[in-house]
Design a protein around this ligand. Structure first.
Ligand SMILES: Cc1ncc(COP(=O)(O)O)c(C=O)c1O
Length: 399
């Protein structure tokens, strides 16, 4: 097969890998230094042996199976997450659905802390019950409860490295050790932490998934996802992506690759800004409690200290009083945008009880610790003292 790919093999730093990592398909005699957007649904297939095999499975022929622009960013993500290969998907949910199709069959059992995973992930697992998949739930959330719920017959353990909105850090090496004893596959959603915070595969996880809609692309302008595999089982996941048709679009791949080039810098600044905001909120008389993984008051601080190399850009906080006081803050921000999602350049404030967690019962929200006065702030890249903190300060005066 014709080799048209270029890969720099000796990259060490995470920043270098973000900028230069992965395979480029630019040996085309033209000299482009950036991966082109291969906006084509098919590839000339007169001589299949002349076509490269991007994932080592089939020669390149059809963009529902493989696409060079998508492959460029996939190979970069595999490097960043210490996996053997990665697959780009049309969304974070497409990544989870595709992986679950590959891993589960009738009577499979999945273990997850349901009050501590993204809501749609939980609903998906519940819906898979129609096909005979069982979900074991650990309640309340936390590493020890996951480990205590493990038993023979559990096939998959699904956790988030840092959960949302209360930012609990899960002890991945401990969960991996316990899962090995019962033969369960460990899947980690690494969306909040990003590979700048932790690389779950280097702690023994089998698969990592991402909503690349968030920090990886980083600019609130795409919906995308990734599945990263620790070994050859990723080839079976590739088959499912091909049948489900959940591959990432080439233009989206181009934007995600562009976003990844500044991931290390953005995450550093997100963290710096979030720390400044957390400190401001801790001292504020109208704030009841602040959640940030690297505050020593956080319930999983010791795990964060041990595992995280970046604490991320999300700060959650409870406003003194109740729903009325929290909504007063939410409604009065001026520069910060009241909405959903996180991980982009713009600061976004979310009221979980009425948006992301609105479909939960009040009892479930209470068990998860998500109170009506809780707000989640995705701290963006604006200047904290002049703008983010000033805006919060004026909004808090309405509480
Ligand atoms: C932790 C986490 N995982 C997965 C998803 C799903 O990603 P997407 O919206 O890209 O489908 C989200 C979305 O908010 C999320 O927060």
């Amino acid at each position: 097969m014709l080799n048209t790919s270029v890969k720099i093999v000796s990259l060490v730093g995470k920043g270098t890998k973000s900028v230069r990592g992965g395979i480029r398909h630019v040996n085309d005699g033209i000299g482009s230094i950036i991966e082109p957007i291969y906006q084509t649904s098919l590839f000339d297939y007169r001589e299949p042996e002349q076509r490269p095999s991007l994932h080592g499975i089939v020669p390149l022929k059809y963009s529902r199976e493989d696409n060079p622009t998508v492959h460029a960013v996939e190979s970069k993500m595999a490097e960043l997450e210490h996996g053997v290969d990665a697959l780009g998907t049309s969304s974070g949910m497409a990544a989870i659905t595709t992986l679950m199709m590959a891993l589960l069959s009738r009577d499979s059992t999945v273990l997850m802390p349901p009050l501590d995973v993204y809501g749609s992930t939980l609903v998906l697992m519940e819906r898979l019950g129609r096909f005979g998949v069982k979900t074991v739930i650990t309640d309340p959330p936390g590493t020890n409860n996951v480990i205590n719920s493990l038993r023979n017959g559990i096939n998959v353990v699904f956790i988030e490295s840092v959960s949302n909105p209360l930012l609990r850090v899960y002890d991945i090496p401990k969960i991996v050790r316990a899962s090995r004893e019962v033969g369960a596959v460990v899947v980690v959603d690494n969306t909040l932490a990003t590979p700048m915070g932790i690389t779950p595969i280097s702690h023994g996880a089998d698969f990592v998934i991402h909503s690349a809609t968030k920090y990886l692309s980083g600019h609130n302008d795409v919906v995308a996802g990734f599945i990263i595999g620790s070994d050859d089982r990723i080839k079976g996941v590739w088959e499912w992506r091909r049948f489900l048709g959940t591959i990432m679009e080439p233009f989206t791949a181009f934007l995600v690759d562009r976003g990844l080039k500044t991931l290390h810098i953005r995450m550093r600044t997100h963290e710096e800004n979030a720390k400044a905001v957390a400190e401001f909120l801790m001292d504020h008389p109208k704030v009841e409690k602040v959640y940030y993984p690297c505050l020593d008051s956080h319930e999983t601080y010791e795990i964060a200290k041990k595992l995280l190399s970046n604490c991320g850009g999300i700060v959650s906080f409870e406003v003194k009083g109740g729903l009325r006081e929290a909504m007063a803050v939410y409604k009065h921000v001026k520069m910060i945008i009241p909405s959903v999602s996180f991980g982009g350049t713009e600061s976004i404030i979310t009221h979980p009880a009425s948006t992301t967690h609105a479909h939960w019962s009040p009892e479930d929200r209470a068990r998860a610790g998500i109170k009506d006065n809780l707000l989640r702030l995705s701290v963006g890249l604006e200047d904290p003292p002049e703008d983010i903190i000033n805006d919060l300060s004026q909004a808090l005066s309405y509480a």
